[in-house]
Design a protein around this ligand. Structure first.
Ligand code: FPP
Length: 244
């Protein structure tokens, strides 16, 4: 059978879900769950590097997360800053290139500056790529891309007749990033929640029951194992069925 037994996913994208429930189960405030979530993120970046994964994308803050209580939004902003301040040197030393996808203009100037710093410092690294989806929502990303396409068409620099999925993809935040082979969501929820809707068209989806703060090397290996047992056809047929 044509399985991916030997194949490693080149790009794994993760919906890090369940911080709040992890905290609640321990009688802790939600903020403690998010802090533990950052520890899990650190472990996962290391584990992905150890397992030879080239691209890791993590959903750290969605465009819809602004509707959470103010204090929680501010906790999540603080954690991104802390993550960059505390971990950037180690990430850089490990040869990891950092990028952010998502809408930047409405982020506070200090956060934008830190993200710029992380991207600039690591721009020449090539051992692994870490993509942080922050203030990211797939519909927002696609709408922003459509706006750019419409502006180019109105300015006469783009012929609408020549728009294809490939050329449209060049206007997305992920223009330089390959599509994910595998999307993992923790906490048992079975949804994509506005994450990489365009890019995940042919991704394998793996849902794990553990809450994000409990995620680590073992859970990453388990997700990769499940990916290997899948058969990817990208809308075609596998060669063994063509002869039937
Ligand atoms: C989902 O858990 C998680 C988030 C909304 C944020 C993910 C954030 C982290 C892992 C830590 C922050 C890391 C960075 C780099 C900013 P939830 O709160 O929705 O959990 P629940 O569904 O159990 O309530």
């Amino acid at each position: 059978m044509e399985r991916n037994r030997e194949l490693k996913p080149a790009h794994i994208a993760i919906i890090m879900d369940g911080n709040g429930r992890w905290a609640k189960a321990r009688g802790l405030p939600r903020a403690a769950g998010h802090r533990a979530g950052v520890e899990a993120l650190r472990r996962t970046v290391r584990a992905a590097g150890d397992q030879g994964i080239e691209w890791l994308t993590v959903y750290a803050f969605s465009s819809e997360n602004w509707s959470r209580p103010k204090a929680e939004v501010s906790d999540l902003m603080g954690l991104l800053k802390l993550f960059i301040r505390r971990d950037l040197a180690e990430i850089h030393q490990a040869g990891v290139r950092v990028r952010m996808i998502g809408e930047r203009d409405s982020l506070a100037p200090d956060i934008r500056a830190l993200v710029d710093e992380a991207e600039t410092l690591t721009a020449a690294n090539s051992a692994m790529n870490l993509v942080i989806a922050f203030n990211y929502g797939a519909r927002d990303e696609i709408a922003r891309a459509a706006r750019l396409v419409a502006e180019a068409a109105a300015a006469g620099t783009l012929d609408p007749a020549e728009i294809t999925p490939e050329s449209f993809g060049q206007f997305l935040d992920t223009r330089l990033i390959p599509d994910p082979d595998l999307v993992v969501r923790t906490s048992g929820e079975l949804r994509l929640s506005n994450f990489l809707l365009w890019q995940a068209a042919y991704s394998e989806l793996v849902f794990l029951p553990c809450y994000w703060p409990d995620f680590g090397a073992g859970e990453l290996a388990e997700a990769i194992e499940r990916f290997r047992s899948r058969e990817r056809r990208f809308g075609g047929v596998v060669p063994r069925d063509v002869a039937l």
